[in-house]
Design a protein around this ligand. Structure first.
Ligand code: GLC
Length: 479
């Protein structure tokens, strides 16, 4: 780790900053909140993101909880189940987006957002929601912000969602779970999907409905990869339609989906390990012991599969896979750092090697860590959407993992790294605001000294409010 001197503010100064950010986050979430058909929720950002997004709402609920507002935290999560799939092969799936704009009174609250409705309905062919999912972190949010009453209320739909994952997303039966679209990964433009995207672009086709980039003018996105995501969407909808109309059987549909992307992310496995364990904890608390035991066993099976199939001993890193038959994606991103938060998924010796990469200025220890692609990768671009820029949720998962390592006294450096990462994260938000993402650092480590904090994407981005939980960590676990 490079010794950039970030002053550790005095306790008084830190308390003042924390109070200021708390007030700003309260305003931010309240101005992003809407009342929609069947519930109220918080938009990721006004104008840019009018709908309800699955994992964004989980972060929002945790921030509301941090602000002490139980009712808003619970409603944010309840609203996620409004458009859960109720029948057919995908029963139980939660959509990555539940649309705003079609229900009574919605257009009055946000006329611009409501105009986006028609476009989404035509893109997805569904009046309520998208037909893919997103990282499954809803169980951990329900556990953290809920109480026995909420756990009982949400148990059935929650269990149905994870049962859907177990039934539909392990098509090879190897306890490694698959994403079928880049938007499902959460890190939409990650170079982990480049090979799949290039294969689609090589067909020379044009998407049925190309992106309208004007809704997010300050985000830098690679146009070719954006086109590829829309092509992938067209193809996935085609496969879904063929399966629903029984033109092909489930096995053939899954084989085609694997060929389209078939992404096995280390981070996705970690979300499942953590969330199946948390779902089990909820089940045990409300007398659902048999289901709880089944979820715990599956979490353990995923952890074993990750360590058996995704670890590269020479590189000292976990790598994702894609395609059918599956191929390794040898690109270093923070996905394995996220994996640290999933209990004992990562054994201590492997965790120590991951921290070597995290603390390396030529890889992940940039001026404003953690870049979403390592600095020594050819695809690294510190300002580009998920291709090197810094995103607060990645930092938050990693911090939780580092704290977990420290608690188990397994890797001595974990505490020092966590403190430094937490301080820089708080400083970044203080200086650059609540943006969608941030510049990670220079192209070379030597440029870091002059890298000013900068944010991209909409100002007033909800999940960046998670910085309040980073402050809590600094004052509690990292004190
Ligand atoms: C972008 C992000 C995704 C997020 C969504 C709404 O698509 O990549 O992770 O959920 O915006 O904020």
């Amino acid at each position: 780790m490079r010794a950039v001197a970030i002053p550790d503010p005095t306790p008084g100064a830190r308390a003042a900053l924390r109070a200021d950010l708390t007030a700003r986050v309260t305003d931010l979430l309240s101005s992003n909140r809407v009342v929609a058909a069947g519930g109220r929720y918080t938009r990721p950002a006004r104008r840019t993101y009018p709908h309800q997004w699955l994992w964004d709402s989980c972060f929002h609920a945790i921030v509301y909880h941090q602000l002490g507002d139980r009712a808003l935290a619970h409603d944010e999560l309840r609203a996620l189940f409004r458009a859960q799939v109720s029948s057919g092969p995908d029963r139980g799936r939660l959509p990555h987006m539940t649309f705003f704009g079609g229900g009574p009174g919605e257009a009055d609250q946000d006329p611009e957002g409501a105009r986006a409705y028609a476009r989404e309905v035509s893109l997805w062919g569904d009046p309520r929601a998208s037909t893919i999912t997103q990282p499954p972190i809803v169980a951990e949010a329900v556990l953290r912000v809920g109480d026995a009453a909420l756990w009982r209320e949400l148990w059935r739909p929650l269990a149905a969602y994870y049962d859907w994952w177990l039934r539909r997303r392990d098509p090879r039966g190897e306890h490694l779970y698959v994403s079928f679209h880049m938007w499902e990964i959460g890190a939409d433009a990650t170079p982990r999907g480049d090979a799949a995207c290039q294969r689609l672009l090589a067909t020379g086709r044009s998407p049925r409905q190309p992106d309208d980039a004007s809704h997010n003018p300050t985000a830098r996105k690679r146009a070719d990869m954006l086109t590829a995501r829309y092509l992938m969407h067209d193809d996935l909808r085609g496969i879904d339609g063929d399966e629903l109309a029984e033109r092909i059987d489930e096995a053939e549909a899954q084989r085609r989906r694997l060929r389209l992307l078939g992404h096995v992310g280390v981070d996705m496995q970690a979300y499942l390990v953590r969330n199946l364990s948390d779902l089990a904890t909820i089940g045990e608390a409300i007398g659902e012991a048999a289901a709880a035991a089944r979820y715990r066993a599956e979490a353990a099976a995923i952890a074993a599969a990750v360590n058996r199939d995704l670890w590269d001993e020479e590189a000292g890193f976990y790598f994702d896979r894609w395609d059918e038959p599956s191929q390794v994606i040898r690109v270093r991103t923070p996905a394995p750092f996220v994996a640290l938060y999933a209990g004992d998924l990562v054994p201590p010796g492997r965790a120590a090697r991951l921290l070597d990469a995290l603390a390396d200025p030529d890889r992940f220890w940039t001026r404003w860590p953690i870049p979403t692609v390592a600095r020594d990768e050819p695809s690294y671009d510190p300002d580009d959407y998920w291709r090197g820029s810094t995103w607060l949720n990645v930092n938050w998962f990693t911090l939780r993992g580092l704290i977990e390592l420290h608690r188990r006294a397994e890797v001595p450096r974990a505490l020092e790294l966590a403190r430094e990462l937490a301080r820089r994260t708080c400083e970044l938000v203080d200086l650059a605001g609540f943006r969608e993402y941030y510049r990670a650092g220079g192209r070379a480590a030597a440029d870091d000294a002059t890298t000013a904090p900068a944010g991209f994407g909409p100002d007033g981005f909800g999940w960046s409010g998670i910085v309040l939980d980073v402050f809590r960590m600094l004052d509690e676990e990292l004190a």
